[in-house]
Design a protein. Structure first.
Length: 71
């Protein structure tokens, strides 16, 4: 695997890790970070993991902003 492929995979998995972590801790901050890093990962070629990170980060961000404050 080339170095560019390894870098894109790292961005993909790092964004996915942040997205899952944002479901449990600091959903607004980590969710937004996961979305941004997911967009960067998709731009570098890690399409699937980047897309999952964007989706999970968006869900976490929406829950953190609109649902959790009422509990």
């Amino acid at each position: 695997m080339s170095e560019d492929g390894m870098v894109s995979r790292f961005y993909g998995w790092a964004s996915l890790f942040l997205a899952v972590l944002s479901l449990f801790f600091l959903p607004v901050l980590l969710g937004a970070s996961a979305i941004v890093l997911g967009l960067i990962a998709r731009g570098k070629g890690a399409g699937t993991t980047g897309a999952w990170a964007i989706g999970i980060g968006a869900v976490s961000l929406i829950l953190g902003l609109f649902v959790f404050p009422f509990f």
